[in-house]
Design a protein around this ligand. Structure first.
Ligand SMILES: *[C@@H]1O[C@H](CO)[C@@H](O)[C@H](O)[C@H]1NC(C)=O
Ligand SMILES: *[C@@H]1O[C@H](CO)[C@@H](O)[C@H](O)[C@H]1NC(C)=O
Ligand SMILES: *[C@@H]1O[C@H](CO)[C@@H](O)[C@H](O)[C@H]1NC(C)=O
Length: 859
């Protein structure tokens, strides 16, 4: 009996970071603005918790706090109707008297939104802790004013769990029956035969309701079975004892034809049975015991419905989630043939639940009335023998558990708390059928996952909401030509297409996505959605294995020409969306080594080349390498042709770029840079994996000194001068520069002396005036003052973030080493180094980055 407890302890160990498994990374992350999702939200309306598609699926009904909307299901931003349902002032006052918040709790949260007939909906709301239900007429979009008591159908407290399903105009629901939420109930709201659960611990023990749905009897069912309503919830276990309350996930079911008992179980379910759901990673003893959501997958090619259930472990400090799938027949076998559990009293008051091995009365307790029972004259639950009823009253819990398909989870994922799941079954081009799981998170994202060769592939992650907020509800619409996932949160509703095929711009990208919805069209050269695509399938390429060899050769190569100034820094861009790929840079066909002081990477993609010289001229290629089924797929993304030009530099830029690499030796450095004497470092050519070393460039600095972009953008402007300079004596240029620089310094010193300049300059000034100046530090002080003159204080502090350091503190000589000597081993590390280098970098490096950003054409 201690199995699950051990499992939980293991979960803790895993949670503390020993396991690195379960980390399938979404291949692509779509940002919210990048995919432009259609949204619906109304000003001052929150808590969009209930979604319902109309029968013809042309309208989506949205239940929010104190309001219900009808929107166009094809474009949810088009509101069609709305009705408000507010709490009366006296009810609000009463609610506040009971100690509830007037602003947040004493409102009407819509919790039940179910179809009642073709022309009306059944709606219930918490109504300031006095739940009510009403009929919403769809013609007039007005409530009929029935004001039915919502007790048992809708929770009192918006924080309480609830679930409901409408079956043949009767509402089946699971929620709390009282104000405190201490009386849980699974009930049927029916005029002729209302039924409910017994209020005892063996029936329901502090349950948290998750989902309910009806499974209709099979039309060819020979046994004359009944329609069954299944409930999913997590409750405190009675069968396991532990120091804390051990939760167990349950599936319970009742029969639609149940009428209750005549004497025993009067107006109570005679068919209520429940069983434990198992979802565990047995090899490491990891148990998932908290149910989050359930989806019933039904498809014409499936011979029976499949329950997809989403779980988390009870102690989930790292965010582990799992999906397990169960077939209906496994569930039914447990209820119709499984053993029951029985409580026995040991040591006086202590009860223990054990397997019941004694005789079971007939008809079988908890079974629906079938042809066999009818043949024995038990035509209704009302005439079932007392023995059977008493037995089911005492033994609602099955000893057998419901095991998942393949006895293991379909998906286990770390670092995420999944909230909701829907599943679509789709056929790939080669005829293979895939169950595509759409799973939402508590951070406002949606993952699309599919099982590929016994592995989970998360095709993409979509940021559904601007804010990182939990997704409350997911709803799948599969109407032909309009397949969407609708997702709702506290702030609104979004409409998400099942695939973003068109976002893949090349055949390789389209194939590597391994998305069963997407295929490359060789006639239109686009990645198309198979459901929308027309024409002969011969013209499409889709390889779920990720094999790109059938893609046509890239006829048109991406190639960009750039000019950069000598001694500066170049940034070459490369765009790569896949989180599973690595960017590799090649120069003249040799792989570049990022650790060399010559190169750096920005945002793991863009290449930085420092201290440009003519030796850097040539072709740079950006390739992506992606591991697909233990093979590395390499593809060329971009080609850059770089040309270094000698351009006369203003003293300003010279100071900045020179100080980056050489620190205090300004004057000699400047002359070297401008006279082509600097030895062009030979590119290091080694096969290593490039690693992110710097953070992406920040927004452009406001200082004018950081914007010599113009120079790079229009190299032609300077080409004449360049030619001139090349052919003439460099000393002329040098002395010219020296002259301008000295003039500039004089001006600066004068201004500083006059006290026109702030900060460090004042120190310098006072030091100068007091005659305490140390000979060693004068140049740095001078340089400091130069910088402070050139860079506005505002932009300086902004760039340094929370660590506004004096620019000179870092020591420029070691700057390159700091960036490149560390080899981060994983993503986190490189992220840390990104942050580190971003923080510790003096501001003028930022200027250089900006300076280097000469890529006029962008991406
Ligand atoms: C309703 O939405 C508000 C605003 O997002 C949120 O703070 C609150 O927790 C939500 N309440 C419930 C019961 O979901
Ligand atoms: C998941 O939820 C747990 C508990 O609510 C929280 O501690 C953890 O930070 C969450 N993890 C993620 C990745 O959201
Ligand atoms: C069922 O009831 C009918 C009529 O009331 C009776 O004739 C028949 O013998 C009964 N069958 C059994 C199995 O008790």
């Amino acid at each position: 009996m201690c199995g699950p407890v051990e499992g939980l302890l293991t979960a803790l160990v895993v949670a503390f970071g020993t396991a690195v498994a379960f980390a399938p990374i979404p291949r692509i992350t779509w940002e919210h603005r990048e995919v432009g999702l259609v949204q619906f939200h109304e000003p001052d309306i929150f808590n969009y918790s209930a979604l319902l598609l109309s029968e013809d699926e042309d309208t989506l009904y949205v239940g929010a706090r104190e309001a219900i909307f009808a929107v166009n299901a094809s474009n949810i931003s088009q509101k069609q109707r709305e009705v408000h349902w507010k709490v009366s002032e006296d009810k609000k006052a009463k609610c506040a008297e009971k100690g509830k918040s007037k602003q947040t709790e004493c409102l009407n949260y819509i919790r039940v939104l179910q179809p009642l007939s073709a022309s009306s909906l059944y709606v219930c709301g918490t109504n300031a802790f006095q739940p009510i239900c009403d009929h919403l007429n769809l013609e007039s979009f007005k409530f009929l004013g029935k004001n039915e008591d919502g007790k048992g159908r809708c929770p009192f407290d918006p924080a309480h769990s609830y679930t409901s399903v409408m079956v043949d105009q009767e509402l089946y629901s699971g929620t709390a029956y009282n104000f405190l939420g201490s009386e849980p109930i699974i009930s049927r709201n029916s005029s002729h035969s209302p039924l409910r659960t017994e209020y005892t611990i063996p029936w329901l023990n502090e349950p948290s309701f998750v989902f309910a749905d009806v499974i209709r009897k099979s039309p060819d069912g020979a046994e004359g079975e009944d329609d069954k309503i299944y409930f999913f919830f997590t409750e405190v276990s009675v069968e396991y004892e532990f120091v804390f309350k051990l939760m167990v996930p349950r599936i319970a079911r009742v029969c639609k034809g149940d009428q209750g008992g005549l004497r025993t179980l009067q107006r109570k379910w005679t068919s209520f049975l429940k069983a434990k759901l198992i979802c565990s990673q047995q090899d490491i003893g990891l148990i998932f015991n908290i149910l989050q959501d359930v989806f019933v997958l039904r498809a014409p090619d499936l011979k029976e419905p499949v329950f997809y259930a989403l779980f988390t472990p009870q102690l989930n400090n790292v965010g582990l989630s799992a999906v397990c799938a169960y077939t209906l027949s496994t569930v039914e076998a447990v209820f119709s043939r499984g053993k029951y559990m029985q409580s026995t009293t040991v040591e006086q008051s202590h009860t223990k639940w054990v397997r019941y091995n004694g005789p079971v009365p007939t008809p079988r307790p908890g079974a629906c009335i079938n042809s066999e029972a009818r043949a024995a004259n038990y035509t209704s639950s009302l005439n079932l023998p007392d023995k059977t009823l008493q037995f089911v009253k005492d033994h609602p819990l099955m000893d057998d558990s419901v095991t998942p398909i393949d006895n293991k989870p379909r998906l286990v994922k770390k670092d995420v708390n999944y909230t909701q799941i829907v599943v679509d079954r789709t056929q790939a081009l080669d005829g293979t059928i895939y169950d595509v799981m759409f799973i939402s998170t508590d951070r406002g994202t949606l993952h699309k996952a599919v099982s590929l060769d016994n592995d989970v592939h998360i095709i993409e992650e979509t940021r559904l909401f601007q804010n990182s907020e939990p997704v409350q509800t997911l709803l799948l619409s599969l109407k032909k030509g309009r397949k969407f996932v609708y997702a709702s949160s506290n702030s609104g509703v979004v409409q998400v297409p099942l695939a973003f095929c068109r976002k893949h711009s090349s055949c390789e990208d389209c194939v590597l996505a391994r998305d069963p919805y997407c295929a490359w069209s060789t006639s239109t050269y686009t990645c198309v959605d198979l459901h929308e695509a027309q024409g002969p399938s011969r013209a499409w390429i889709q390889e779920m294995s990720g094999d790109v060899s059938s893609c046509p050769d890239k006829s048109k190569e991406n190639f960009r020409q750039h000019f950069f100034k000598h001694g500066g820094t170049a940034e070459l861009k490369c765009s790569q969306k896949s989180n599973l790929a690595q960017v590799v840079w090649k120069f003249q066909n040799g792989v570049l080594k990022a650790e060399s002081p010559k190169y750096g990477l920005v945002g793991r993609k863009n290449l930085l080349i420092f201290n440009l010289s003519e030796g850097d001229n040539g072709v740079y290629q950006c390739l992506s390498e992606e591991r697909v089924r233990n093979k590395t797929v390499s593809q060329l993304l971009t080609k850059h042709v770089l040309e270094v030009k000698i351009i006369p530099r203003t003293p300003v830029t010279t100071t900045l770029s020179a100080s980056q690499t050489e620190g205090r030796r300004i004057t000699p450095r400047m002359s070297a840079a401008s006279s082509l004497e600097s030895s062009a470092p030979t590119p290091v050519i080694q096969a290593t994996t490039p690693i992110a070393v710097t953070s992406p460039p920040k927004p452009p600095p406001t200082s004018t000194s950081c914007e010599p972009k113009v120079i790079n953008k229009v190299p032609q402007l300077h080409s004449a001068k360049t030619v001139y300079l090349k052919s003439s004596d460099n000393r002329l240029l040098m002395s010219l520069f020296l002259f301008i620089f000295i003039l500039f310094l004089c001006l600066l010193v004068y201004n500083c002396y006059k006290g026109y300049l702030p900060g460090q300059c004042l120190k310098f000034r006072s030091a100068l005036l007091l005659g305490k100046k140390k000979p060693k530090s004068d140049f740095s002080d001078l340089e400091q003052s130069v910088k402070e003159t050139l860079v506005e204080p505002g932009s300086f502090s902004q760039q340094n973030g929370e660590h506004p350091k004096p620019a000179l503190d870092t020591g420029y000589e070691t700057e390159q080493d700091t960036i490149t000597s560390k080899v981060p081993t994983d993503r986190e590390d490189s992220q840390r180094i990104d942050d580190l280098s971003a923080r510790e970098k003096p501001f003028d490096v930022k200027c250089e980055l900006k300076f280097a950003d000469s890529d006029a054409d962008g991406d």
